[in-house]
Write a protein that binds this ligand. Structure first.
Ligand code: COS
Length: 390
């Protein structure tokens, strides 16, 4: 039985508690029929499409966009986003991925799109009729966003996007990409802008699908002179770096929340397993070494939850920037979830590395979270910079 006592913390309102309980019920009922259906593991594209539809029909994607465009709240409520990711991750890494990408992939539209662009995309993101993607990373620019090289230039009839993007989640199944590119107003961070590019824009090519340890749609893209209407620009010209950072300020805490969901599930699996697994004449759970590990795991889970919901609450309370809080939440929660899951797997022995066993799946699922949306090393850089500038 997963610990939900954190829901009584003062970071939450009653609607958050209701959301967590309702989503848990929905996920228990609905997700196995999709993620464990015959063939689901062999065709992640189809499974993701089915998950987008189900999450849309269930009303959960409404939390990923603002109320004026079919969403739940006037502005994105980070505590709700975190609770949803934590809950979905506890049930299914792929369901969490799908939810997260609808928010991250449309976040730059929510924050920087014109009224027309918001009205054209966001309601369809909320209903699950359009699949979103965030196209920032390049072969030579992942952690160092300011060195993005993909170009964005003015041409008759609009804007032209040219260049390569890689490790783009939902690449290959997305209906549109929010692309960050160099528009040249200045060198470095001040010379970037962002624009929406529809997947069917002539010149947009899926160069390569990338296979990863926890399968999900991921691709390398080639924008071969893709022309989009000038109105597809997101935010101010030259404001692309800040728009990316503001988007990440919202979603970085939610990556921590997904890691927390994986860690909670691992702890739950470990508690259940060690109570019944007998070794040297008594259950593992009664052995001091197991108890020491379980205590460490529970501590890591609670510490991560405190950091995540502190960051989310701070953002929801109107803080203009939560860069440091979100970086701490993501760094701690993802690194510690890896440790918690590893300890759980160790308690399962040989069973722990067996395909089809939950802890084996969690062990693969957690790894990428320490890399994407700012690797652990970048989060440390962000925290230290703020500390030193004060
Ligand atoms: N909100 C608003 N503005 C921000 C901001 C934020 N969260 N973070 C930075 N800015 C502003 C800065 O204030 C600065 O503004 P001015 O030019 O007006 O002074 C500008 O943006 C440039 O910031 P900075 O000097 O910190 O830029 P750097 O290139 O040094 O940034 C880091 C370096 C590492 C912090 C940045 O590139 C980063 O976060 N990288 C990780 C990106 C990432 O998550 N990649 C994964 C892709 S998604 S899978």
């Amino acid at each position: 039985m997963v610990d939900t006592s954190f829901l009584s913390w003062p970071f939450f309102d009653d609607h958050h508690r209701t959301l967590a309980a309702d989503l848990d019920g929905w996920a228990t009922e609905t997700l196995p029929g999709i993620v464990d259906a015959p063939g689901a593991h062999d065709d992640v594209d189809a499974t993701c499409r089915a998950l987008v539809k189900a999450l849309g029909a269930g009303g959960w994607l409404r939390y990923a966009v603002p109320k004026a465009y079919g969403g739940m709240f006037d502005t994105l409520d980070v505590r709700s986003l975190c609770l949803i990711r934590e809950t979905l991750a506890r049930h299914s890494g792929l369901a969490d991925f799908v939810f997260a990408m609808q928010g991250l992939g449309s976040g730059a539209i929510t924050l920087g799109g014109s009224e027309e662009t918001k009205a054209a995309y966001l309601p369809l993101v909320a209903s699950g009729e359009k699949i979103a993607a965030f196209a920032l990373t390049e072969p030579e620019a992942g952690s160092d966003v300011a060195s993005i090289a993909t170009g964005l230039t003015d041409v008759p009839g609009g804007l032209r996007v040219s260049g390569h993007k890689t490790y783009i989640s939902n690449g290959g199944i997305a209906d549109f990409y929010c692309v960050f590119a160099r528009s040249g107003e200045a060198d470095g961070a001040r010379g970037l802008s962002a624009a929406v590019v529809d997947a069917d824009t002539p010149g947009l090519e899926i160069e390569e699908r990338i296979e990863v340890i926890a399968p999900h749609p991921l691709a390398r893209l080639f924008f071969q002179g893709c022309t989009v209407p000038a109105g597809n620009l997101l935010g101010a010209r030259g404001g692309g770096f800040k728009l990316a950072m503001q988007t990440l300020d919202i979603f970085r805490s939610t990556v921590g929340a997904a890691a927390l969901g994986f860690a909670r599930r691992a702890l739950d699996e470990a508690v259940t397993h060690t109570k019944s697994r007998v070794l040297f004449g008594k259950p593992l759970a009664e052995q001091p070494i197991t108890q020491e590990r379980l205590a460490e795991m529970a501590l890591d889970v609670d510490a991560s939850a405190l950091l995540i919901y502190r960051a989310a609450w701070t953002k929801d309370s109107g803080a203009p920037r939560v860069t440091r809080e979100a970086a701490m939440a993501k760094l701690h929660a993802t690194d510690q979830a890896q440790t918690v899951i590893d300890k759980a797997l160790q308690m399962f022995g040989g069973l722990g590395v067996t395909h089809g066993v939950k802890v084996e799946e969690l062990y693969r699922e957690i790894r990428a979270l320490r890399i994407y949306e700012g690797a652990s090393e970048v989060q440390k850089l962000v925290i230290a910079r703020q500390l030193l500038s004060e």
